[in-house]
Design a protein around this ligand. Structure first.
Ligand SMILES: Nc1nc2c(ncn2[C@@H]2O[C@H](COP(=O)(O)OP(=O)(O)O)[C@@H](O)[C@H]2O)c(=O)[nH]1
Ligand SMILES: [Mg+2]
Length: 344
């Protein structure tokens, strides 16, 4: 290093500055190889002298000129053109080998709308080189599964805490009672006796419908038997983090043998990989349909497209705000696609 610095001083003068240093090993000499030191140094230069040399002794930019003004006069060295041609050739080769993907505005758009990268590439490769937004929409409309829940009487609402289970139940119950004149009942499964049932009890009171809070599987069966004349029974679950395996095991114990539609609720803005983990955690409960919640808090519905294409569980509803019972919509692939690709 000392030798290098001495050499720099003698060649570039005492104003030279060190830009970088690194140790390199020359390959090919095996164990005998000695480390080499690479030192990059720079020195302020005399612009006048430089210009003179570039233009055969005629300075074209004065010393006081801004650097970028002076730069306009610099002719491109002749070899640059050849190098650009060479670089273009290399880039083309890499693209042909699939090592570089050309920037594609449609690809960028799909990515920015929250569709997972591997799916974006799959969609675009399926559509071929001249994929258009229309083509993407058509393909997605064939792939996305949005379906009403099956017509059974019992619906179970699953999901981690705070995803909107109780609120969604209140919306669904409200609509069924007020617009469809159905006989609805609510059951809350408070398996941890944490007393978080007041919210559902209040909704039941407002709608003047039966409400049960149960803490064991036999109690749930008894409540369901008592409600055999109701058209719609909505079962809320209160609990802990879904990452507690014990929690999911307990829920299986409650719902074993019960013929019901099992909804998994998931906020639209849940991070991509987190959705996979949560879905996997709840999968032993045999989820029938998805309800995506809090779409009003998400910029796009791309996460629904991703989830749907990966997990294939049909989406039944999307909730759009906190108002009960207004803020819930039946899902449709057109809506999901429009709100994924649209400007909204
Ligand atoms: N912005 C928004 N908030 C919602 C939506 N659905 C539920 N919430 C809110 O999310 C919070 C948790 O909802 P809650 O139903 O208690 O979740 P639970 O723990 O799964 O029962 C409450 O403040 C709700 O008002 C929705 O679609 N949009
Ligand atoms: Mg709740």
């Amino acid at each position: 290093m000392k030798d290098a610095l001495t050499q720099i001083k003698s060649e570039l003068g005492s104003n030279a500055v060190i830009v970088s240093t690194r140790e390199i090993r020359e390959s090919g000499y095996g164990l005998m190889s000695k480390p080499l030191i690479e030192v990059v140094a720079a020195v302020d230069y005399d612009q006048d002298a430089f210009m003179k040399r570039m233009h055969g002794g005629k300075a074209q930019a004065g010393k006081g000129d801004e650097w970028n003004q002076g730069a306009q006069f610099l002719p491109a060295p002749a070899h640059i053109g050849d190098e650009i041609v060479e670089l273009k050739k290399m880039l083309k080769q890499l693209m042909n080998q699939g090592m570089v993907t050309p920037s594609n505005p449609l690809r960028e758009k799909l990515l920015s709308r929250g569709v997972r990268e591997s799916l974006v590439d799959l969609i675009l490769s399926k559509l071929g080189g001249d994929a258009s937004e229309e083509g993407v929409k058509n393909l997605l409309s064939k792939l996305i599964r949005a379906e009403d829940p099956p017509s059974g009487r019992i619906r179970i609402f699953l999901g981690t805490t705070g995803v909107g289970k109780t609120t969604t139940i209140a919306k669904m119950a409200g609509r069924a009672v007020l617009s469809e004149g159905k006989r609805v009942a609510l059951i809350t499964l408070d398996s941890y006796r944490i007393g978080a049932i007041d919210q559902s009890r209040i909704y039941a009171k407002i709608l003047n419908i039966p409400f049960f809070s149960v803490t064991t599987p036999p109690e749930l069966k008894t409540a369901l038997n008592q409600l055999s004349s109701n058209d719609l029974i909505l079962v809320d679950t209160v609990g802990r983090s879904a990452f507690c395996a014990e929690y999911v095991r307990q829920l299986i114990g409650f719902f074993d043998g019960i013929d019901a539609c099992r909804f998994l609720l998931m906020p639209v803005a849940t991070r991509d990989r987190e959705m996979d983990t949560i879905t996997k955690t709840f999968s032993p409960l045999k989820v029938d349909r998805m309800i995506f919640t809090k779409s009003d808090e998400a910029h796009t519905l791309g996460s629904i497209v991703t989830h749907n294409m990966i997990h294939r569980t049909p989406v039944s509803y999307i909730t759009t705000g906190q108002r009960v019972p207004e803020d819930i919509e039946p899902a449709s692939s057109e809506k999901i696609i429009a709100r994924t690709l649209g400007d909204a």
